[in-house]
Design a protein around this ligand. Structure first.
Ligand SMILES: Nc1ncnc2c1ncn2[C@@H]1O[C@H](COP(=O)(O)OP(=O)(O)OP(=O)(O)O)[C@@H](O)[C@H]1O
Length: 234
């Protein structure tokens, strides 16, 4: 499969007080088109930093990051904003929906600025919210809100879907159904999904498992016998 993402010797330092914190310390990794990737590691390992740099929400201190035909580490602020808006769909632990917009409006608001976006209603139907499109976030369960957030990310028709602990605030059954949705969307749309979690039990659903430790890549495993979420328990 064609390579979609490449990190070359990426470092990230944060300066807090006198001592710099090395969040990433020479990360090399590559991800192919259509892959479902799970990034694992303990708290503070650097998982979110990788995801944020990949999504253009943060910038590397040194090294190079390539996504598709762009080197995103070379982009100026304006181009990075365009990249974030057009090419990346984000799903966060706490949904981050706009409270005074209903489900449909939340998705439409995000897609307004995207040239190649998909139909918001179609995607909300696809994630199982046909009867809830006029509901506000406060009228939806956590799992339903996360489905809206996933619809919002997917409707942009991005190059990649980045998910940071997407089931972190959900119960076991709801979390599993959200993972199943992400797995189905990956299969159907062939969009690359990069999912960050501390839950190593979900690794068997991935094509590739990247373990991060102390700002470095500890291991990369290609999973030849990928499991459906239904077949995984934790
Ligand atoms: N904006 C920031 N300012 C200062 N330090 C930061 C900042 N963001 C992250 N860090 C530090 O960088 C390191 C890596 O953080 P990161 O959030 O990437 O870890 P993580 O693996 O995602 O952890 P968690 O699972 O707890 O979210 C940590 O030591 C963290 O404290």
């Amino acid at each position: 499969m064609k390579k979609l993402i490449e990190f070359k010797k990426v470092t990230k330092e944060y300066t807090v007080g006198a001592a710099p914190i090395k969040a990433l310390n020479g990360v090399d990794l590559s991800i192919s088109e259509g892959e479902f990737v799970v990034v694992l590691g303990a708290s503070g390992a650097g998982k979110s930093t990788i995801l944020n740099i990949l999504g253009g929400m943060d910038t590397a201190t040194s090294g190079q990051v390539f996504v598709g035909d762009q080197e995103i580490t070379k982009l100026n602020d304006k181009k990075l904003t365009e990249y974030r808006g057009e090419k990346v769909g984000f799903v966060f632990q706490f949904y981050n929906l706009i409270p005074n917009l209903n489900a449909l409006e939340n998705v439409e608001f995000a897609t307004e600025v995207c040239k190649n976006h998909l139909n918001a209603k179609d995607i909300l139907y696809k994630v199982g919210l046909k009867d809830r499109i006029k509901n506000f976030p406060s009228q939806l369960s956590g799992g339903e809100q996360q489905r809206v957030a996933i619809a919002r990310a997917v409707a942009k028709n991005p190059l990649l879907l980045l998910c940071d602990e997407p089931t972190g605030a959900l119960d076991y059954v709801t979390g599993k159904s959200v993972l199943k949705l992400l797995q189905d969307l990956n299969k159907e749309t062939k969009k690359c999904v990069v999912l960050v979690t501390h839950n190593s039990a979900i690794a068997p659903m991935a094509d590739k498992i990247i373990k991060v430790k102390s700002g470095m890549i500890e291991s990369v495993t290609i999973n030849e016998d990928k499991l459906s979420v239904e077949g995984i328990e934790w």
